[in-house]
Design a binder for this molecule. Structure first.
Ligand SMILES: [Zn+2]
Length: 137
């Protein structure tokens, strides 16, 4: 029996640790997941955050950077090179800095809520094939 909900998804995500034990590392590269947790053996096959982190980052970083750029422009009206010097590095640094924590957080949320792809078999089984043998697993 698995112990769930011992580790906060936010904590696991920010520290890039296993969503079950909070000890093993989640990533083997910058964004590639390890096959399983080195501490508790949790198989990370369930984890597929897909484009989720990118969507959150586009919204969060876009909101922050565009907001700051507008504020700077309307407050000081600096020359355009000042905008380039300010925002080009931030456009690179902020999303890259957010990628790992957000992916870790989404993987931890997937683990906590047992999220996975929808399966047509489950729908068919509950609709009119209840009681039949289960061959999809
Ligand atoms: Zn673990």
């Amino acid at each position: 029996m698995e112990e769930k909900q011992q580790v906060s998804p936010v904590s696991a995500g920010l520290r890039a640790r296993c969503p079950r034990c909070g000890e093993g590392r989640l990533f083997k590269g910058f964004l590639d997941l390890k096959p399983r947790c080195e501490a508790c053996g949790l198989d990370y096959d369930f984890a597929d955050a897909g484009d989720g982190p990118a969507v959150f980052i586009m919204m969060i970083a876009g909101f922050i950077i565009v907001g700051l750029a507008l504020w700077v422009e309307f407050t000081w009206q600096p020359p355009y090179w000042v905008h380039a010097v300010l925002w080009v590095p931030l456009i690179l640094i902020l999303p890259l800095g957010l990628l790992r924590p957000l992916k870790g957080w989404l993987v931890a949320q997937q683990y906590r809520h047992s999220a996975r792809e929808g399966r047509l078999h489950d729908v068919v089984e509950t609709a009119d094939n209840a009681g039949r043998d289960e061959d999809a697993k």
